[in-house]
Write a protein that binds this ligand. Structure first.
Ligand SMILES: [Cu+2]
Length: 187
């Protein structure tokens, strides 16, 4: 590297430092520091869901871990649902989390385009299964995609596999009957 080039590089670093300082207040926001937990319950089913947010550059991703037991062996649809309620029954959780201005929470008719859609959970012959996934579709910190919106968010496990396709309303393509549910709390 020539002397002139080294000088240019140092100048660029100094410039980047100044920009970094100017943006410091924004960088100290809650992004990347929030986790969420839900205890999942159903008829003979227990489980947990843990979400951890982390930053990648200027973006945010959320790591999802769901563990459950008491499930029918095989694939089960799992989604983040629009309302943080599982009572009096799991329909209280509403459709799939999809908060956009053109959001459509219909579990089947707008599937698999919801922000709350995640991969299937596979249960083994012993009825136990773990799902690990990472999504850019939601955040835990404040923002337009935050699961901690005014009415909260729930996680629902379905009795059937999520086929990952769009269907008619109530067709069940996203997993059909709701067999377990849990409400997320901020940690
Ligand atoms: Cu669902």
């Amino acid at each position: 590297m020539t002397r002139a080039r080294i000088y240019t590089t140092i100048l660029m670093c100094a410039g980047a430092g100044a920009i970094g300082l100017a943006q410091a207040p924004a960088a100290t926001r809650a992004a990347g520091t929030v986790t969420a937990h839900a205890d999942i319950k159903g008829d003979g089913i227990t489980g947990t869901a843990d979400l951890t947010e982390r930053k990648i550059g200027t973006g945010i991703v959320v790591d999802i871990t769901v563990a459950a037991s008491g499930l029918k062996p095989g694939m089960h649809g799992v989604h983040l649902h629009a309302i943080g309620k599982c009572e009096p029954d799991f329909t209280a959780a509403g459709g799939h989390f999809d908060p956009g201005p053109a959001g459509n929470t219909d579990p089947d008719a707008n599937h698999p385009f919801h922000m709350g859609d995640v991969p299937n959970l596979q249960a083994g012959a012993n009825g136990r299964g773990t799902l690990k996934a990472t999504t850019t579709r939601v955040t835990l910190s404040d923002g337009p995609l935050s699961i901690f919106d005014a009415d909260g968010t729930a996680i629902v496990i379905h009795g059937n596999p999520d086929q990952g396709i769009t269907g008619e309303p109530k067709s069940g393509v996203s997993g059909g009957p709701r067999v377990a549910c849990g409400v997320f709390t901020k940690k």
